[in-house]
Design a protein around this ligand. Structure first.
Ligand code: GDP
Length: 299
């Protein structure tokens, strides 16, 4: 059923993408640097494919959010990878506030040359301005709330800007635009689309849950088999067929209907909910490109 296995989330049409891009491009004029928010579990898959083009040379910093759900070792490798590319990067956990201080100081450092340059050209010294960009569900609002929480006093609206822009003062010399830029996800890439679906970045209603749970279980069985064994009390070799694995998990979790048949839909929901809520432990599904001189990733 090709219609059902379609991954493309129906909520993004070319018109939506253009509108989202236009809003961002407008707001970009107001800021000195951007924070690209990625999901630490899937830094490649959660990146917007046109980001570089959209920000057109604005200095960028990468914040790997939801690092509490990602494999710490892999997140460190990603941070190192971005830094190697000359892009400052930091792992954060917006709700708990981990990495936030470092994020603020790194953003200040990144923006300083820009504001210094303005002053050297005779402009009045002003705070550096930053905005957050990311795909839906990556944690933009959580991060803004976290940053605003300790900096309740918002600065006044900027005169001369048609729509009221609220700026949140961060630290001594930095202001954050309180509206994030919402980017569309990378849905042309099937594998990335599946990973976005696992993490819940793409609405479940738009996708085939049977397909994504199957691929998810296969991926977990390859990359993190012990997590499945621990969570669902499975011993020994895991079935190589994802539907058999799902059935086994369903049985273990008592998802049975009349006649002892496994309620696979219920089992699918359990598996995905367990993953999304961290009950399968810390998991990273994208690895940084190996440094073989062939990194074709657009990052
Ligand atoms: P937005 O659509 O990018 O604004 O994303 P939200 O800020 O609304 O966050 C989407 C979901 O992810 C919410 O349920 C948040 O509570 C959750 N979330 C955001 N950041 C983190 C994080 O660092 N760790 C965890 N575990 N959950 C997070």
């Amino acid at each position: 059923n090709t219609e059902k296995t379609q991954i493309k989330p129906f909520s993004w049409y070319p018109g939506h993408m253009k509108k989202a891009k236009d809003i961002i491009v407008n707001n970009l004029k107001l800021v000195d640097v951007v924070i690209e928010l990625l999901d630490a579990r899937i830094p490649y898959s959660s990146a917007n494919p046109m980001l570089q083009e959209i920000i057109a040379g604005k200095p960028r910093l990468v914040a790997l959010n939801k690092s509490d759900l990602a494999d710490t070792k892999v997140t460190k490798e990603w941070v190192a990878y971005f830094r190697q590319q000359g892009i400052p990067a930091v792992a954060v956990d917006a709700p708990q506030g981990r990495g936030i201080k470092q994020l603020v100081s790194m953003t200040e450092a990144l923006a300083k040359p820009m504001t210094d340059k303005l002053v050297s050209k005779g402009a009045k010294p002003r705070a550096a301005r930053v905005m957050i960009l990311g795909i839906p569900n990556v944690g933009k609002s959580s991060l803004i709330n976290r940053l605003a929480g300790s900096n309740k006093a918002k600065t006044a609206d900027k005169p001369g800007v048609t729509r009221a822009k609220q700026w949140i003062r961060l630290g001594g010399n930095l202001e954050l635009l309180d509206t994030p830029g919402i980017l569309w996800p990378k849905f042309e890439d099937m594998t990335a689309g599946l990973k976005l679906a696992f993490t819940g970045a793409i609405n479940d209603e738009a996708i085939d849950r049977e397909l994504i749970t199957g691929v998810f279980l296969q991926t977990m069985a390859e990359m993190y088999p012990d997590r499945l064994r621990e969570r669902y009390k499975l011993a020994g070799d895991l079935p190589s067929e994802p539907h058999e694995l799902l059935e086994l998990i369903g049985r273990k979790r008592g998802c049975l209907v009349k006649g002892g048949i496994v309620d696979t839909e219920k089992a699918q929901r359990i598996v995905l909910t367990d993953f999304r809520s961290g009950k399968l432990g810390t998991v990273s599904l994208d690895m940084p490109p190996q440094d073989d001189g062939m990194a074709e990733d657009e990052q």
